[in-house]
Design a protein around this ligand. Structure first.
Ligand code: C5P
Length: 402
């Protein structure tokens, strides 16, 4: 079973006799190191007291969508964004149908719609309900959307029937949920990622930089760690913390970033350049603060090294992925950079759109390599990072297609 250390999990509990088993699920998630918040539907409260779950999880249980106090603390959108995994156990037939239809009539249903996290459900219902064509279609629909279905198991049911529909045992739920964080597709691979902006000093107090938040690079680092890789994240100044189980190298300027990249990429398998490297730096950095006074001033700039190109030409057996932020003719410019910089693939996005890209939590990109172009529609950077890691894994190991 994989560690869930530092993973944030929302355990959603819906109405059903199996709700009593979710108390054990909380315990087991915590044993593996996860931070757990519990969200219960009104139906769940008929079977299990929120107080029990509060005592077990060590946090107030979230129940109402229109609870002013709760929304002032961690509201449903914040909860949805906080989570790495939304695990719904038990998931009743009614709740599953609500998920399919995108209804937001309870706090848990609203979180399902708003979360960028992975979603897994452990259905629990009477065997005839489970076998009904409506349930079968609903489950197929959720599977197509990428929801992981855990169980159910077969056996004697609370109503006296025998058949499939019993919620999977807590141990098995935890095992399958924890496996979601470790696809293993980059097991044993060494990955180096550059992220964030660079900062080019002009004098002791001023610098040239850009608005890069580093979110995409950090999300890729997390996704690569979850895929089993050994990850080095070389980061310019950003407001994010280096993910756990990752070697973090903090740098300021493009020259420092290049030095770190060349130093840490020896023996690596994959290099991903998400950094928004400043194109130019001051020809010389003033040792004293530059005095203001004149109406005009001129700063002499010189070109920074192209980090990804230098890495691609230094290390031959390396799969190199670049990023291209373009405001027009996105694909044409991206293809040009793919060639000029000797990349194996480039991830292109359109920065003329304000709802994605720089500083946003979402992105919509195209993956372009020498034989294909794949569009990844708008999604969270966390989800996109997992999808890009899966795509890289396919490219470096084409037999991994199952
Ligand atoms: O800025 P540009 O569009 O050329 O960036 C494309 C790719 O090249 C990105 O992956 C970026 O991280 C990388 N790059 C770099 N060093 C630079 C400029 C860009 O590694 N000096």
């Amino acid at each position: 079973m994989c560690s869930l250390s530092n993973k944030r999990i929302i355990l959603g509990v819906t109405g059903g006799i199996a709700a009593y088993k979710s108390a054990e699920v909380v315990r087991r998630l915590q044993d593996l190191g996860a931070e757990v918040r519990v969200v219960m539907t009104p139906g769940a409260e008929e079977f299990l007291r929120p107080l029990t779950m509060q005592a077990l999880s060590g946090h107030p249980v979230h129940t109402g969508l229109l609870d002013e106090k709760a929304e002032a603390g961690m509201g449903h959108i914040e909860l949805a964004r906080w989570a790495d995994l939304l695990l719904i156990a038990p998931a009743s037939a009614d709740f599953i149908a609500n998920m399919v239809h995108g209804r937001a009539d309870s706090l848990l249903a609203a979180i399902y719609l708003a979360t960028p996290a992975r979603v897994a459900i452990a259905p629990a219902m009477n065997q005839a309900m489970w076998s009904h064509s409506a349930s079968v279609e609903n489950i197929n629909n959720l599977t197509h959307r990428g929801v992981t279905i855990i169980g159910p198991e077969s056996g004697s049911q609370a109503c006296g029937d025998i058949g499939p529909g019993r919620m999977e045992q807590p141990d098995s739920i935890i095992e399958q949920a924890s496996n979601l964080f470790n696809s293993g597709v980059l097991q044993g691979k060494k990955v180096v990622i550059t992220a964030g902006p660079t900062r080019e000093a002009l004098d002791p107090v001023r610098y040239i930089s850009n608005h890069s938040s580093g979110k995409m690079g950090y999300a890729l680092a997390t996704a690569a760690i979850d895929a089993g890789a050994d990850v080095t994240l070389i980061s310019g100044p950003v407001a994010l913390s280096i993910p756990e189980r990752c070697r973090g190298i903090l740098v300021m300027s493009a020259k420092e970033m290049q030095q770190a990249a060349l130093g840490f990429t020896e023996g690596a398998d994959i290099f991903i350049a998400t950094a928004a490297v400043a194109d130019y730096r001051a020809t010389s950095i003033a040792s004293e603060k530059i005095k203001s006074g004149d109406d005009k001033m001129t700063i002499s700039l010189e070109k920074n090294p192209d980090i990804v190109s230098s890495v691609a030409s230094t290390f031959k057996n390396l799969f190199v992925v670049g990023f291209a932020a373009e405001s027009n003719d996105v694909e044409t410019y991206a293809k040009g950079k793919l060639e000029q910089k000797h990349l194996d693939a480039i991830v292109a996005n359109d920065i003329s759109r304000t709802d994605i890209g720089f500083n946003s939590d979402d992105n919509e990109v195209s993956w372009i390599d020498t034989d294909s172009t794949i569009a990844f529609g708008k999604r969270s950077k966390a989800q996109l990072a997992r999808d890009l890691v899966a795509q890289i894994a396919i490219k470096i190991n084409p037999t991994h297609l199952d």
